[in-house]
Design a protein around this ligand. Structure first.
Ligand SMILES: Nc1ncnc2c1ncn2[C@@H]1O[C@H](COP(=O)(O)OP(=O)(O)OP(=O)(O)O)[C@@H](O)[C@H]1O
Ligand SMILES: NC(=O)c1ccc[n+]([C@@H]2O[C@H](COP(=O)(O)O)[C@@H](O)[C@H]2O)c1
Length: 297
């Protein structure tokens, strides 16, 4: 299939560049290498997305790897619409990685092309994948093994099943989420007429959730005690007590807690400077957005 062929081609090129990361980073060769690599890779992403859409049976596909850990102890998944990726996402990944420090960890940036609540809006999915690759490269510079994938499943319970099939050797699958998302994962409306306790039983039996606080309807204290509230039975019968131990609450840094993709899209549409935007999202992504031929947002 065209898609698999593409994947193999990309992997061969990438393996060549990740062999000697330390020397290559320090000498700056890796930046050059990635930039050379970026062009054909980015061209391929649009085709990869088309091929993904054309195959009804395909619900998950890896489209890019900075490095693959063969049998990772932990698969750390950030599922998002990446519209665009930003420093809030980056903080979530960095804090999640710290939580599993000392265990071999593969990070997966997972593009959700279907949302449980909202219809797709610009940017196009191939552009989002390009921006995800830029984020992956940035994380890789700090030593993380990162893959970029795509799924058409909207709910976490379904994403988890497909990821378990793909990453059979990963001992722990842990989803990185912000506080606004964790409350939606456990909201009864997504599973009606079943209760979350029933619909999410096997998901929560085998999965962990790393949750970062975020500006919103709940203050910091309320957010930070969410998992202990669950352990104390506050949300029974919807959320069983035993699930509290599977949820790791992480406190956000002030500078990242209010960043959101929608605020960034607005800032870009209003013509904010690259300097101001770079406080919200990494400069290579700012540059990519601002240099796009057609207006992305
Ligand atoms: N600033 C942030 N701090 C903590 N978590 C965040 C932050 N931004 C996003 N997240 C979390 O990252 C995951 C993916 O985020 P999502 O794609 O919804 O980004 P978003 O910035 O909220 O997008 P949008 O504004 O378009 O709704 C979600 O679990 C979300 O809660
Ligand atoms: N119950 C659930 O599993 C559930 C609820 C809400 C959002 N989601 C997913 O969370 C991700 C991020 O969603 P938002 O962009 O709406 O924050 C998307 O993949 C979305 O489909 C899942």
């Amino acid at each position: 299939m065209a898609f698999d062929l593409y994947d193999q081609k990309v992997r061969c090129k990438i393996v060549h560049f990740v062999c000697y990361p330390d020397i290559m980073y320090k000498s700056g060769i890796l930046d050059v290498a990635f930039r050379t690599l970026m062009q054909p890779l980015h061209n391929g992403l649009a085709d990869a997305y088309k091929a993904f859409c054309a195959d009804d049976k395909l619900h998950f596909k890896i489209v890019y790897n900075t490095q693959v850990i063969p049998k990772p102890e932990v698969l750390l998944v950030l599922d998002s619409s990446f519209n665009p990726p930003h420093w809030g996402h980056h903080a979530l990944i960095e804090k999640g990685l710290r939580l599993y420090d000392g265990r071999s960890t593969q990070v997966l940036l997972l593009l959700a092309v279907n949302n449980a609540d909202k219809a797709a809006a610009p940017a196009s999915f191939d552009k989002r994948m390009e921006m995800m690759c830029l984020m992956a490269d940035l994380l890789h510079k700090n030593g993380s093994a990162v893959s970029v994938g795509i799924t058409d499943y909207a709910k976490y319970v379904d994403k988890d099943i497909i990821l378990r099939k793909h990453y059979k050797d990963a001992r722990t699958i842990s989803f990185l989420v912000g506080f606004d998302t964790i409350v939606r994962i456990f909201a009864p409306k997504y599973y009606y007429p079943r209760l979350p306790s029933e619909a999410l039983e096997s998901f929560m039996a085998s999965t962990e959730l790393c949750c970062l606080t975020r500006e919103g309807n709940h203050n910091l204290e309320e957010q930070m005690k969410y998992s202990s509230d669950i352990s104390n039975g506050v949300y029974e019968p919807n959320i069983p007590k035993s699930w509290g131990a599977k949820i790791h609450m992480m406190e956000n840094d002030k500078i990242f807690e209010s960043i959101s993709s929608s605020a960034i899209r607005k800032a870009i549409a209003e013509g904010q400077t690259s300097e101001k935007l770079s406080k919200l999202l990494p400069l290579p992504i700012v540059d990519y957005i601002l240099s796009s031929k057609d207006q992305m947002f």
